[in-house]
Design a binder for this molecule. Structure first.
Ligand code: DGJ
Length: 745
């Protein structure tokens, strides 16, 4: 049971559930000190022995007669700079007199059941008040008259703490928030490996590891979107911690814009983690009577390794961040026309592709880029969300009806935040793009970013999208975003508010998502940003799935999906089978390998099935039948990473159904070898006492056997071994389907 205790005498807060404890106290100087975060420990009234007070040369002290109390050496919850602490702060406030010093003194606290909403921002939620408890700690800076509230929610069942901060200006004068992080956490040592998810277009979220060392280590984005380059997610793991064992802490920021996650290890080996909106370029003018809410940061603790941490994130983000009609529903198998046609399509061609897809069992046909305005290539049309009659002579309604009459749902692509100079929108409103006066304006893919910090711009795009969505039966939206922001400046804001534009832009994006998902609650939204350029928890709140990467090559996808799974649930990862040679890496992989990778995601096809041979179509039909039967387990089961593509030639992962009666293991090998050793892999998450049938091999094994002795994954190259294993090539893969015996009766 989750609980928050406050010990009046020692002014100590203890947040705990069955798994974790988080302890802090009010320090002698009135600030909030961090005492402990980790595996659950017994409650006690007094943990003040953990406040490190000692005199050291070159240290500055708060109290005149006391040469022990220095914030430089004390672990804190939301530190400020320059009042004896010289490390990077959680907050920096520029005041009218030019000072940046602040002093937030503890005033009071409140403990409430459940969790409140964060105005205008995505955040985790509860469905009943019994699921979590929230502590609000109120602090006050008398000089600026800023009231700071720190929120901490501890979830009932999960090793999760959600944090955010709120600033309210009670004074008469405005101040400028130059840093307002979502969380700060001081940990007592530096004995961690820092893991991050980094990459670039088409190779998103590769796992990178580095040991912490004295100094600063950070990942961030200054691009306006969370980015392909660094995901707003980081793990601290103990050296020696593995997927199965050891202590790890995951930090995730529910935000889609400029962010920073930083570890500062001081020269006494204390590690300070801060996460939040990137302070670089940030400057929020907080007027008298206004408040500012930071995005939410999530901390997940595990002493059972990375898989356990990821499973916690998966459950939380799947069930208490993602929302709506599609949250718990198996995702439709789709066929997207992008790689099949690019811009070269007519209505007839689309219907031809859709017909074949229907014959194979596909459930949703998605029309990608190119259906609107003068969009015959990527130089024109963005912003003109009106059907191009040359391509769609019967309008969107006509095409949607044709697809529906085939017995499939119809989905559509938009890129709401952008415009081309060659568009009616731009011609009518050239001042609606983000651009700095008297400077040249850079483009990305010949497109310009609409100023979503302006309500009238968001309203206009909403109206256009509303018209299309309400004029035809559209069941799915792919929301794309294909460039980052440059020359950031809004013509609608005064000079002293230009530091707000990046954040206001993202608030505008969230606002449009919010309005559309409310107006069309049963439409499935899939986010996209040139693949995975904005694959973050902020967007997941509105769109329960995202296009993981523009790279649809099965071998490349092993690393991308493996890395992504550290934080994000399988049901959120858009994954399609595409043609060979692959359009990104020109590699030829077997059809079954492409499907075997895509099963661990939302699953679909990104090709024209008419172009496949008869035997391939037979295979596709089998794949779709398999996916329909097992997508519950694949998308909503418990996911385990077993062998990493970052560490060797083989990748293995698996999903286990909630009742543990079905397990699906994906085994993948990049290059074939010769005369290779026998191999086996220890499975996870099975019921040790259940007898499982390995369906393809027609063998039976107990759960404990498969978990301790392992599943034999050796190649079968002679006809003597039972089952339907095929001779192997490069890029080989297999799915092992394990079903508990009683289910087979
Ligand atoms: C980038 C996306 O990632 C692709 O899937 C496709 O939708 C194109 N944009 C269309 O322009």
């Amino acid at each position: 049971m989750a609980s928050i205790i406050f010990h009046e005498n020692t002014k100590t807060f203890h947040l705990y559930n069955q798994k974790i404890s988080y302890i802090m106290c009010v320090l002698e100087n009135g600030h909030l000190g961090q005492l402990y975060y980790g595996k659950k420990i017994h409650d006690k009234e007094d943990f003040s022995y953990l406040v490190e007070k000692c005199g050291r040369p070159m240290t500055s002290y708060i109290f005149e007669e006391d040469r022990t109390f220095s914030l430089e050496h004390i672990k804190q919850e939301y530190p400020v700079y320059g009042t004896t602490d010289y490390r990077h702060p959680a907050v920096e406030i520029l005041q009218e007199n030019g000072s940046r010093i602040s002093d937030f003194q503890y005033e009071s606290y409140e403990i409430r059941k459940g969790k409140h909403k964060l105005n205008g921002l995505p955040a985790t939620y509860t469905e009943s008040d019994e699921e979590a408890v929230t502590l609000s700690v109120k602090l006050y800076d008398t000089e600026t008259k800023i009231r700071l509230t720190l929120f901490y929610t501890i979830f009932e069942e999960e090793a999760v703490i959600a944090r955010s901060a709120n600033f309210y200006n009670e004074g008469e004068k405005p101040v400028h928030l130059l840093a307002a992080m979502s969380m700060s956490l001081d940990l007592p040592d530096q004995d961690y490996i820092w893991m991050q998810l980094s990459g670039a277009w088409a190779r998103e979220r590769h796992i990178k590891n580095r040991p912490l060392e004295q100094g600063i280590l950070a990942i961030d984005s200054l691009r306006g979107n969370s980015s392909h380059n660094h995901n707003p997610f980081m793990v601290l793991k103990r050296p020696g911690a593995t997927e199965q064992d050891g202590e790890v802490i995951g930090f995730s920021l529910i935000y889609s814009g400029n962010f920073r996650i930083q570890a500062e290890v001081d020269t006494y080996d204390v590690t300070r983690i801060t996460a939040g909106i990137n302070p670089a370029g940030f400057d929020w003018k907080l007027e008298s009577g206004d408040s500012f809410q930071t995005p939410e940061a999530i901390m997940v603790y595990s002493d059972h390794g990375l898989n356990d941490m990821s499973q916690t994130f998966h459950r939380l983000y799947r069930k208490r961040l993602a929302r709506g009609y599609w949250r718990d529903r198996p995702r439709p198998i789709l066929n997207n026309n992008w790689e099949a046609t690019y811009f070269d399509f007519t209505e007839d061609r689309l219907v031809e592709i859709a017909k074949k897809a229907k014959e194979c069992g596909v459930e949703l046909f998605v029309l990608d880029d190119g259906w609107f305005g003068k969009r015959n290539n990527d130089h024109a049309g963005l912003g003109d969300w009106v059907e191009n009659p040359e391509r769609l002579p019967h309008g969107m309604k006509g095409l949607a009806e044709k697809i529906e009459s085939l017995g499939m749902k119809f989905g559509l692509w938009f890129e709401p935040e952008m415009t081309n100079k060659d568009s009616d929108l731009y011609r009518a409103h050239p001042d609606w793009i983000i651009q700095t006066p008297n400077r040249s304006t850079s483009h990305g893919r010949y497109q310009y970013v609409l100023d979503f910090s302006r309500k009238e711009v968001v309203d206009y795009i909403y109206e256009m999208m509303y018209r299309i969505l309400s004029g035809a039966k559209i069941s799915y939206i792919k929301w794309d975003m294909n460039r980052s922001i440059t020359e950031c400046y809004s013509k609608a804001l005064p000079a002293d508010r230009q530091g707000e534009v990046f954040h206001r832009y993202i608030l505008g994006v969230y606002d449009l998502y919010d309005r559309l998902t409310r107006a069309f609650p049963e439409v499935l939204f899939e986010s996209c940003a040139s693949g995975g350029g904005r694959f973050d928890p902020g967007i997941l709140y509105y769109a329960p799935q995202g296009w993981t990467s523009d790279d649809s090559d099965a071998i490349e996808r092993l690393k991308i999906q493996y890395g992504t799974s550290l934080c994000y649930p399988i049901s959120s990862m858009g994954s399609h089978v595409s043609v060979i040679p692959n359009h990104q890496v020109f590699r030829n992989t077997p059809l079954h390998t492409r499907a075997n990778v895509a099963y661990f995601g939302t699953f679909g096809y990104e090709l024209d099935l008419n172009k496949l041979k008869e035997e391939e179509i037979r295979e596709v039909k089998e794949e779709i039948t398999f996916m329909k039967e097992y997508r519950d387990t694949l998308q909503f089961g418990t996911f385990y990473r077993l062998k990493s593509p970052f560490e060797g030639n083989e990748t293995v992962w698996m999903s286990v159904s909630e009742d543990k009666k079905t397990a699906i293991v994906g085994w993948y090998r990049v290059l074939n070898g010769v005369n290779m050793p026998y191999t086996r892999v220890k499975l996870e998450g099975l019921d040790p006492d259940l007898l499982y049938e390995n369906i393809q091999a027609h063998t039976e094994h107990y759960g404990d056997e498969l978990m301790n002795l392992g599943l034999i994954t050796t190649d079968v190259t002679s006809g003597e071994v039972p089952g339907d294993a095929k001779p192997c090539t490069d890029f080989e893969s297999r799915i092992y389907l394990l079903k508990a015996r009683e289910d087979r009766e």
